[in-house]
Design a protein around this ligand. Structure first.
Ligand SMILES: [Zn+2]
Ligand SMILES: [Zn+2]
Length: 133
């Protein structure tokens, strides 16, 4: 996976490099406007449109993944290997989960939908430890 390639070696423009750096440095999965806020600290004067276009470019180039959960803004993920997410229904916190799903899950889903399966994702919704205190 390209995750380990140094940002400097990707030949990105300064703006795209800053946007990718923000996403990689952050453990959380940020929305475009959160990325914009952080990118401005590194590169004052960067516009929201530039951040937005950089996100589209980086996604198409396979450097980041976009995740969306129904309503609510898309979030961006620097982790490209298959993984699942847990999302807090109160504060919206999103964390990565590395869970091995039983093979039967995808077969059941394929049988039910009559789809030819490629991948399946698991999303756990509930209260995060902070909200559950
Ligand atoms: Zn929470
Ligand atoms: Zn993730």
């Amino acid at each position: 996976m390209s995750v380990t390639i140094d940002i400097k070696d990707l030949g990105l423009t300064r703006q795209r490099e800053v946007v990718l750096r923000v996403i990689r440095d952050e453990q959380e999965h940020l929305t475009a406007s959160e990325i914009f806020d952080k990118a401005k600290q590194l590169l004052p004067g960067i516009s929201f449109a530039t951040v937005y276009n950089s996100l589209r470019y980086l996604k198409e180039a396979g450097h980041i993944a976009e995740i969306s959960f129904g309503s609510g803004a898309s979030r961006f993920d620097s982790k490209l290997t298959r993984h699942d997410h847990a999302i807090c229904t109160k504060c919206g916190k999103l964390v990565d989960m590395e869970i091995e799903l039983p093979a039967e899950v995808i077969s059941f889903a394929a049988e039910f939908s009559h789809f030819k399966p490629e991948s399946i994702e698991l999303t756990l919704r509930g209260l995060c430890p902070d909200c559950n205190k």
